[in-house]
Design a protein around this ligand. Structure first.
Ligand code: SF4
Length: 403
């Protein structure tokens, strides 16, 4: 319990430095008015070939019928892909041999080719770099924890949100990823786990249990395809991957109309708002989409998500030295959250790596502690993310990419 004597005095801004966000080593694209450019719509570029995972079960049945096969073949093919994670025609011995190769090739065009794989020493974290059909590069990160395996997926090639700390944002948005490109990251990860390539296996039936949309891109800017992918994740085996919706985290930097839409879906996913600052003055610079939807609007939408779904919301907050880590900001954040009620929200401060010479560097330990204590003293459940949390957030809403 926190005694009143140890509660930090946050009644007035302390006389600490205020570092302003700015891009380092690259120029942020700006509008004529000098605001960071935001791109909401994907450029009209060639889309990847249609893949089995782009289709709902009914669409898959229609597709196989169009190919002159009975509808039940759709279920067999679903079993191969969503349950056995295979697209190898030789493994599909329940399908007629004649024409099997062509059928499978047509339904499962390769979408991701592996460019690079980085593995931590203990083998429990693997980062993948994938090349898409048009040469665009995206990442996913696979992490083993006791009792669960999490995959951080990308939802767009590039990103249009132009956050000054983020390498992904530099080149703008290349295009939205297709539903199947998103799903195939998980299927590929399941194959790798099944092959025993992720650290020490706990049991032979292991697979991805948790998905976080915190890779490249702003998921809610690619709303329809991301939602379709979530359906593939939660649809029961073999129609989909049979995962629990609550183990899927959809994060956003604050696209308010899309948050409202998400709250109306019948999909109780975990929702995370990458806030990083409670005041518009700082957040306008740190998360440029704040120029469109302000902190209070984003928090109202997050609270509405809680009211409609009953799911507690996560607030992501990367602690950056002298930029957003002041105790008065923790107090302001707590005040804004408490104004909307109790028990609806959880704050996850994220420690950064120390980066000497960069403005994007870690808060000092005692400052982190004061920030967390201030939130807790105000009754806000707060958990410092572990260091792998930081790694997974390499692209979105977090700052590892700046390093
Ligand atoms: S931090 Fe996330 S939203 Fe911002 S530019 Fe990077 S990928 Fe996009």
């Amino acid at each position: 319990m926190t005694s009143a004597a140890s509660t930090p005095d946050t009644s007035r801004p302390e006389a600490r430095a205020q570092v302003q966000p700015k891009a380092e080593g690259w120029e942020q694209q700006r509008t004529a008015e000098g605001r960071p450019l935001l791109q909401f719509a994907s450029p009209r570029v060639k889309q990847p070939p249609q893949h089995f995972a782009d289709l709902s079960l009914e669409e898959r049945q229609t597709k196989v019928k169009e190919l002159g096969l009975p509808a039940f073949r759709a279920k067999q093919l679903s079993t191969h892909y969503f349950q056995h994670w295979t697209t190898d025609p030789d493994a599909m011995s329940d399908l007629p041999k004649a024409g099997r190769g062509e059928l499978v090739e047509g339904l499962f065009p390769p979408l991701l080719s592996e460019v690079r794989r980085l593995r931590t020493d203990d083998g429990n974290t693997i980062k993948f770099l994938w090349r898409l059909f048009d040469g665009a590069l995206v990442e996913s990160v696979l992490m083993r924890y006791p009792g669960r395996i999490t995959l951080c997926v990308s939802s767009q090639a590039g990103c249009g949100m132009n956050c000054p700390f983020c390498a992904t944002g530099q080149a703008g948005l290349t295009r939205n990823m297709s539903t199947a490109e998103i799903v195939d990251q998980v299927v590929a990860a399941n194959r790798i786990i099944a092959a025993g390539e992720l650290g020490q296996q706990e049991h032979p039936d292991e697979r991805v249990t948790n998905i976080v949309f915190m890779g490249m891109g702003e998921p809610l800017a690619n709303y329809k395809r991301v939602m379709n992918a979530v359906h593939r994740f939660v649809d029961p085996v073999p129609m989909g991957l049979g995962m629990s919706a609550r183990n899927i985290t959809v994060s956003t930097v604050g696209l308010v109309p899309a948050i409202r839409k998400l709250a109306d879906e019948d999909l109780p996913v975990t929702f995370a708002l990458s806030l990083h600052a409670p005041d518009d003055e700082l957040r306008d610079e740190l998360i440029p989409v704040n120029n469109r939807w302000k902190v209070d609007e984003a928090l109202d939408a997050a609270h509405e998500y809680y009211r409609k779904t009953g799911r507690r919301v996560s607030i992501e907050y990367a602690l950056i030295k002298d930029m957003n880590d002041h105790a008065w900001r923790a107090a302001l954040l707590a005040k804004k959250l408490n104004q909307r009620g109790r028990g609806w929200v959880h704050v996850n401060p994220i420690p950064l790596n120390p980066t000497p010479g960069s403005i994007w560097t870690s808060s000092e330990r005692h400052v982190q502690e004061e920030f967390i204590e201030t939130l807790r003293a105000a009754g806000i459940p707060t958990t410092l993310r572990d260091t792998r949390g930081k790694e997974i957030d390499g692209a979105c809403g977090q700052l590892a990419a700046a390093e």
